[in-house]
Design a protein around this ligand. Structure first.
Ligand SMILES: [Mg+2]
Length: 256
């Protein structure tokens, strides 16, 4: 995997559906302590970088993972952080008020839709509909699109995820760019020549990272059955991601 001179390994992972099983409510998702211990061990291994790249807000993803010394990208990469530093996308910060206003209006208009959860994540928002009766989902989608049309043109966009509609600032940014920026910040210019990357994710937003990192290492989609993806490999579930991390930790920390 590693080319000549690539003596660093970056292990970048999405969180929900990749490192932790998806739950009905985002707050109920828990990272298995065994996986946390593996990430911690990898994060303390010389020349290994661990990064979590999530749609959750930065504070939220940090709280769920609970490790201090690794890299994080929150809000689909609009916020980046490492030990002692944070960065936020300027244009996304400017759109924060629009996101908040949109959340307020959606909370009001969707208050009678059973099971809906409107989450203001600061730089983006999520409208979760995992618990919404199927017959109400069309109405919910219509209301979200109507509210986006009330925002000044070209400022916010909607993106479909797993049982969630993401409302994002319309900036030219995604998990792929975020992953590359994270590695550039951590390793400096020319990181591509020194670092191989393993990227693992389960959702449509991870496809951008599979494309952006295609030349840098190994990309893996988590999905229970084969499906079209830009990732080079596929694993079936969180348990298999755990086995992959165990294998990587074994290679990188075994002196033989
Ligand atoms: Mg995911």
């Amino acid at each position: 995997m590693a080319g000549a001179g690539r003596d660093h390994l970056a292990v970048l992972l999405d969180f929900d559906g990749t490192l932790a099983e998806i739950a009905d409510r985002p707050d109920d998702v828990r990272l298995d302590p065994r996986l946390r211990a593996l990430l911690e061990r990898l994060g303390h291994t010389p020349r290994v970088l661990v990064g979590i790249i999530s749609g959750r807000a930065l504070d939220d993803i940090r709280r769920h993972v609970g490790l201090e010394h690794i890299l994080y990208a929150g809000n689909h990469g609009l916020e980046l952080a490492g030990p002692g530093w944070t960065l936020a996308h300027d244009a996304a910060v400017e759109a924060r008020g629009l996101v908040a206003a949109c959340c307020d209006r959606l909370s009001l208009r969707l208050r009678d839709v059973r099971g809906v959860l409107v989450e203001n994540k600061g730089l983006s928002a999520s409208v979760h509909f995992r618990l919404v009766p199927r017959k109400s989902v069309t109405t919910l989608r219509r209301i979200v699109l109507e509210e986006l049309e009330r925002v000044p043109p070209g400022r916010l966009v909607a993106r479909e995820g797993k049982m969630v509609l993401e409302i994002l600032p319309a900036v030219d940014w995604d998990k792929g760019r975020a992953a590359r920026r994270l590695l550039e910040h951590a390793l400096g210019d020319g990181w591509e020549a020194r670092c191989s990357v393993v990227y693992v994710g389960d959702d449509s937003t991870d496809e951008d990272a599979f494309v952006a990192l295609a030349e840098n290492g190994i990309t893996i989609r988590v999905a229970p059955y084969p499906q079209p993806t830009a990732a080079r490999y596929q694993v079936r579930n969180v348990e298999e991601v755990g086995r992959l991390l165990e294998a990587i930790a074994g290679w990188m920390t075994d002196p033989t």
